[in-house]
Write a protein that binds this ligand. Structure first.
Ligand code: GDP
Length: 137
Protein backbone atom coordinates (compact mmCIF):
# COMPACT_ATOMS: atom_id res chain seq x y z
CA UNK A 1 0.00 0.00 0.00
CA UNK A 2 1.32 3.40 -0.99
CA UNK A 3 0.27 7.01 -0.34
CA UNK A 4 0.55 10.13 -2.46
CA UNK A 5 -0.50 13.78 -2.23
CA UNK A 6 -2.99 15.13 -4.73
CA UNK A 7 -3.93 18.79 -5.09
CA UNK A 8 -6.82 20.17 -7.10
CA UNK A 9 -5.26 23.50 -8.02
CA UNK A 10 -7.14 26.86 -7.98
CA UNK A 11 -8.06 26.48 -11.67
CA UNK A 12 -9.58 23.03 -11.04
CA UNK A 13 -11.70 24.38 -8.18
CA UNK A 14 -12.67 27.45 -10.28
CA UNK A 15 -13.73 25.18 -13.17
CA UNK A 16 -15.93 23.13 -10.79
CA UNK A 17 -13.94 19.94 -11.33
CA UNK A 18 -13.66 18.77 -7.71
CA UNK A 19 -16.36 16.12 -8.11
CA UNK A 20 -15.14 14.94 -11.52
CA UNK A 21 -11.55 14.52 -10.33
CA UNK A 22 -12.54 12.61 -7.19
CA UNK A 23 -14.85 10.46 -9.32
CA UNK A 24 -11.89 9.53 -11.54
CA UNK A 25 -9.74 8.60 -8.53
CA UNK A 26 -12.47 6.41 -7.04
CA UNK A 27 -13.31 4.80 -10.39
CA UNK A 28 -9.62 3.85 -10.68
CA UNK A 29 -9.79 2.03 -7.32
CA UNK A 30 -7.91 4.75 -5.42
CA UNK A 31 -9.01 5.43 -1.82
CA UNK A 32 -9.25 8.99 -0.45
CA UNK A 33 -7.59 8.73 2.97
CA UNK A 34 -7.71 12.47 3.89
CA UNK A 35 -9.09 15.60 2.29
CA UNK A 36 -9.45 19.34 2.98
CA UNK A 37 -9.99 22.64 1.21
CA UNK A 38 -7.75 25.59 2.03
CA UNK A 39 -6.12 28.64 0.52
CA UNK A 40 -2.33 28.83 0.54
CA UNK A 41 -0.59 32.08 1.36
CA UNK A 42 2.13 33.13 -1.08
CA UNK A 43 4.76 32.03 1.49
CA UNK A 44 3.10 28.61 1.90
CA UNK A 45 3.00 28.13 -1.87
CA UNK A 46 6.71 29.06 -2.05
CA UNK A 47 7.44 26.51 0.68
CA UNK A 48 5.53 23.77 -1.09
CA UNK A 49 7.28 24.42 -4.42
CA UNK A 50 10.70 25.16 -2.87
CA UNK A 51 12.44 22.76 -5.31
CA UNK A 52 11.41 25.08 -8.15
CA UNK A 53 12.85 28.24 -6.51
CA UNK A 54 15.04 30.03 -9.05
CA UNK A 55 13.17 28.69 -12.09
CA UNK A 56 11.69 31.33 -14.42
CA UNK A 57 8.12 30.24 -13.63
CA UNK A 58 8.52 30.17 -9.81
CA UNK A 59 6.96 33.61 -9.14
CA UNK A 60 4.05 33.03 -11.45
CA UNK A 61 3.46 29.46 -10.18
CA UNK A 62 3.38 30.51 -6.53
CA UNK A 63 1.12 33.51 -7.34
CA UNK A 64 -1.22 31.11 -9.12
CA UNK A 65 -1.16 28.49 -6.35
CA UNK A 66 -2.07 31.13 -3.75
CA UNK A 67 -4.74 32.77 -5.93
CA UNK A 68 -7.73 30.78 -4.66
CA UNK A 69 -8.88 27.72 -2.73
CA UNK A 70 -7.35 24.32 -3.40
CA UNK A 71 -8.37 20.80 -2.39
CA UNK A 72 -5.60 18.65 -0.93
CA UNK A 73 -5.99 14.90 -0.61
CA UNK A 74 -4.04 11.90 0.55
CA UNK A 75 -4.63 9.10 -1.93
CA UNK A 76 -3.98 5.53 -0.97
CA UNK A 77 -3.66 2.33 -2.95
CA UNK A 78 -1.30 -0.07 -4.61
CA UNK A 79 1.15 1.78 -6.90
CA UNK A 80 -0.90 4.95 -6.33
CA UNK A 81 1.94 7.41 -7.08
CA UNK A 82 2.26 6.08 -10.63
CA UNK A 83 -1.50 5.53 -11.08
CA UNK A 84 -2.27 9.12 -10.04
CA UNK A 85 0.41 10.51 -12.38
CA UNK A 86 -1.12 8.45 -15.18
CA UNK A 87 -4.62 9.80 -14.47
CA UNK A 88 -3.19 13.35 -14.35
CA UNK A 89 -1.29 13.23 -17.67
CA UNK A 90 1.90 15.06 -18.64
CA UNK A 91 2.76 18.44 -17.05
CA UNK A 92 2.21 20.12 -20.42
CA UNK A 93 -1.44 19.46 -21.30
CA UNK A 94 -0.49 19.49 -25.00
CA UNK A 95 1.63 16.37 -24.42
CA UNK A 96 -0.88 14.68 -22.09
CA UNK A 97 -2.56 11.49 -23.33
CA UNK A 98 -6.22 11.83 -24.33
CA UNK A 99 -8.56 10.99 -21.48
CA UNK A 100 -6.19 12.24 -18.78
CA UNK A 101 -7.27 15.05 -16.42
CA UNK A 102 -4.81 17.55 -17.90
CA UNK A 103 -5.61 16.66 -21.52
CA UNK A 104 -9.33 16.99 -20.82
CA UNK A 105 -9.35 20.15 -18.71
CA UNK A 106 -6.06 22.12 -18.71
CA UNK A 107 -5.49 25.06 -21.00
CA UNK A 108 -2.07 26.24 -19.85
CA UNK A 109 1.25 24.57 -18.89
CA UNK A 110 1.04 26.25 -15.48
CA UNK A 111 -2.71 26.12 -14.83
CA UNK A 112 -2.87 22.37 -15.23
CA UNK A 113 -5.66 21.48 -12.78
CA UNK A 114 -3.88 18.97 -10.53
CA UNK A 115 -0.69 18.21 -8.66
CA UNK A 116 0.54 14.74 -7.74
CA UNK A 117 3.68 13.63 -5.91
CA UNK A 118 6.27 12.08 -8.21
CA UNK A 119 8.10 9.61 -5.89
CA UNK A 120 7.74 7.97 -2.44
CA UNK A 121 10.11 10.43 -0.74
CA UNK A 122 8.38 13.52 -2.15
CA UNK A 123 4.99 11.97 -1.32
CA UNK A 124 6.01 11.66 2.33
CA UNK A 125 7.28 15.25 2.51
CA UNK A 126 4.29 16.68 0.63
CA UNK A 127 1.71 14.78 2.73
CA UNK A 128 3.42 16.03 5.90
CA UNK A 129 3.22 19.61 4.54
CA UNK A 130 -0.59 19.46 4.85
CA UNK A 131 -1.57 16.59 7.13
CA UNK A 132 -0.58 15.07 10.44
CA UNK A 133 -0.81 11.30 10.84
CA UNK A 134 -4.00 11.82 12.92
CA UNK A 135 -5.76 13.44 9.92
CA UNK A 136 -5.27 10.36 7.75
CA UNK A 137 -7.96 7.67 7.84
P1 GDP B 1 4.31 18.20 -12.33
O1 GDP B 1 5.02 17.26 -11.37
O2 GDP B 1 3.74 17.49 -13.52
O3 GDP B 1 3.27 19.08 -11.64
O4 GDP B 1 5.44 19.18 -12.93
P2 GDP B 1 6.72 19.93 -12.29
O5 GDP B 1 7.00 19.43 -10.90
O6 GDP B 1 7.79 19.89 -13.31
O7 GDP B 1 6.23 21.44 -12.19
C1 GDP B 1 5.41 21.89 -11.14
C2 GDP B 1 4.35 22.80 -11.69
O8 GDP B 1 4.98 23.98 -12.19
C3 GDP B 1 3.58 22.26 -12.90
O9 GDP B 1 2.52 21.40 -12.55
C4 GDP B 1 3.08 23.54 -13.53
O10 GDP B 1 1.96 24.07 -12.81
C5 GDP B 1 4.27 24.48 -13.33
N1 GDP B 1 5.20 24.44 -14.48
C6 GDP B 1 6.04 23.45 -14.86
N2 GDP B 1 6.76 23.78 -15.95
C7 GDP B 1 6.36 25.04 -16.27
C8 GDP B 1 6.72 25.96 -17.31
O11 GDP B 1 7.58 25.68 -18.16
N3 GDP B 1 6.10 27.18 -17.30
C9 GDP B 1 5.16 27.52 -16.36
N4 GDP B 1 4.58 28.74 -16.43
N5 GDP B 1 4.79 26.68 -15.38
C10 GDP B 1 5.37 25.46 -15.34
Amino acid sequence: MERTLSIIKPDGVEKKLIGEIIRRFEAAGIRIAAMKMLRLTKAEAEGFYAVHRGKPFFESLTDFMSSGPIVVMVLEGEDVIRKNRELMGATNYKEAKPGTIRADFASDIEKNIVHGSDAPETARTEIAYFFSEMDIC
